[in-house]
Structures are given as structure tokens and as C-alpha cells.
Design a protein around this ligand. Structure first.
Ligand code: SIN
Ligand code: FE
Length: 297
């Protein structure tokens, strides 16, 4: 397995420069790892690193593009401080991506920023929701027609605890393995799901296949144990970037992370041919979204 993780020496969010091979690496589904790029908390923010800063029954705290904080516990003053901290991370993540991946400048749509204070290894979850199993990110209710999911992560654990991921093989290798087991796409089923508002819009064949890969990977015990993979401890005080719809990943342990999601429109990669949409389209031999796919957008 060729190296799925590329280590870079950057130590300042605002001073990233770009190299075509880094863009190519991230577009090949690799993880760019910045061991010295820490997100610095202010002294008074250390007190926000508590599991009960999460409201009961929620997975993450998230800060919307509108500045509204959702899913937070704690007092009103603590929530205000948390919103400021997460907002500051958002600005730094955007600066990083702007410097590192200038090909996407002006194209990215900023999704909510999350704060994840729960200890990963104590979370009990259904198999499909269990991110301790290798997967690519795909969302059941929000079809994206090939729009990309670019994520910036920072481990802000105050006690030096790493966030340990497993990173699997490249997307095409995994897709070739699981695609033969994927249920066929049925336009009528997509229409029913849409009519019942299970999905927010019509699920395309691309979205169907991405969900199938996500589920088949997570449900396959043998693949989880024996599929090509490396264990990767992301140090406290580090950051990493990947297309999480392409890099096969699982989170095994750790606590306290901030994360920024950015969406890139389909086909706007420096090399669109490397994308999951292009790979699945080649493997299926037909258009999977839009005109010609039988799935009007
Ligand atoms: C995931 O995207 O699967 C979770 C990543 C993490 O929480 O570290
Ligand atoms: Fe994931």
C-alpha cells in the first residue's frame, strides 16, 4: 500500500503555501498531516474542554455559517465562549485551505464547523453509525451528486492524547472490491425516498453507490480486520486535511477535536478524473448523475 498519509512541516495556519503535488495527493484520497500545526486555545477556553459542553443526546456541537451554535451544553456564557473558539478555528481552517489548495479558491461552500468533545472509544453506536469502522463519508438524507467533502481536523486534546485513526487503501481499490456487492440503483426507490422526505432531494445513482460503499465497508467484519490499512495517531496539537468522501477512514480513540467541512462542486477538482464520481462512473460505465443518468437534478 503506497503511503496514504503525507506529513508536512507547516506550523502557521496563515502561512501555508501550495504545491501541485499536495493538491494531487489530497485529490488521490490521501491525508495531509500537519504534526506541528496546533489550534491554540486561549487560557480561559481550556475550561470548555468538557464532555458536558455537549447537550444530552447530540453527537457534536456545531457552529453554522450564520454564527448560531447548536448542540452545546454549559451556561450561556460558556456557549458564547465556545462559539468564539469554534469561529476562530473556522477562520484558521479557511486560511489554511486557501493557502494550501488555491485551485479551490472562490469555489468552496462553507459548511458548519464542529466541536467534538466526546471520548471516541466509549461511544456505543449501531454498525452503520459507527465511525470506528473503516468507511468513506456519505450522507443518507442529503444527496450531493458528486459535490466533494473536504475536511480540516485539529486535535485539541489538552492532555497529549492522540486521535487515532485507521486509514485504508485508495478509493478505487476499495470501490472495485465492494461495487460488485452493491444493490442496483432503482429510480423508483429514489423517488419514494424523496416523496417521503427521507432524502432532501432525489438520490442519484452516485449517492446510492456511495452509501452502498459506506454500508458494505462497515458491515464487512473481514474487511474491517484484514483490509489494507494503517493505524495513524494524530498527535494532540496537530491538524490534518482530507477528502473524507474518498479517504477510507475510521476513528478509534481520542477526545476533543474541532473540524471544518468545505464543499467543492463536482468537477472542480484540479484533476476531476481522480474523484470518486469519475472513478465510479468509469467502473459502472455510465453517467451516475444528471442528464443521461435517468436522474434529473
Ligand atoms: C469520521 O469522519 O468518521 C469521524 C472522524 C473523527 O471523529 O475523528
Ligand atoms: Fe467519517
Amino acid at each position: 500500500m503506497s503511503a496514504q498519509i503525507i506529513e508536512l512541516e507547516l506550523d502557521d495556519w496563515a502561512r501555508a503555501h501550495s504545491r501541485p503535488e499536495w493538491t494531487a495527493a489530497v485529490e488521490a484520497g490521501k491525508v495531509l498531516y500537519f504534526p506541528r500545526l496546533g489550534f491554540q486555545l486561549r487560557d480561559e477556553e481550556q475550561a470548555l474542554l468538557r464532555e458536558d459542553m455537549l447537550a444530552a443526546g447530540t453527537r457534536n456541537v456545531s457552529l453554522g455559517a450564520d454564527g448560531v451554535l447548536k448542540g452545546a451544553g454549559g451556561s450561556a456564557a460558556e456557549q458564547q465562549a465556545l462559539a468564539a473558539m469554534v469561529g476562530r478555528f473556522r477562520q484558521q481552517a479557511l486560511r489554511l485551505v486557501d493557502g494550501l489548495l488555491p485551485a479551490y479558491r472562490g469555489l468552496l461552500r462553507v459548511a458548519p464547523t464542529s466541536f467534538r468533545p466526546r471520548q471516541v472509544e466509549t461511544r456505543a453506536q449501531s454498525v452503520r453509525a459507527d465511525d470506528q469502522r473503516l468507511h468513506v463519508d456519505a450522507f443518507p438524507s442529503r444527496p450531493n451528486y458528486g459535490e466533494r467533502i473536504l475536511r480540516v481536523f485539529a486535535n485539541i486534546n489538552p492532555h497529549g492524547v492522540p486521535r487515532v485513526w485507521r486509514v485504508g487503501e485508495d478509493f478505487e481499490t476499495v470501490a472495485r472490491q465492494f461495487l460488485p456487492r452493491a444493490k442496483p440503483y432503482r429510480l423508483w426507490q429514489a423517488r419514494v425516498l424523496n416523496a417521503l422526505h427521507v432524502t432532501k432531494s432525489l438520490r442519484s445513482e452516485y449517492d446510492h453507490l456511495m452509501l452502498q460503499l459506506h454500508d458494505l465497508m462497515k458491515l464487512d467484519e473481514h474487511y474491517q480486520r484484514s483490509g489494507g490499512q494503517v493505524s495513524m495517531p494524530f498527535a494532540a496539537g496537530s491538524a490534518w486535511v482530507c477528502f473524507s468522501d474518498q479517504a477510507t477512514h475510521a476513528v478509534m480513540s481520542g477526545q476533543f477535536m474541532v473540524e471544518q467541512t468545505l464543499h467543492l462542486p463536482p468537477g472542480r477538482e484540479a484533476n476531476p478524473q481522480a474523484s470518486p464520481l469519475a472513478i465510479l462512473t468509469r467502473l459502472r460505465g455510465r453517467p451516475l448523475v444528471g442528464v443521461g443518468a435517468g436522474t434529473p437534478r
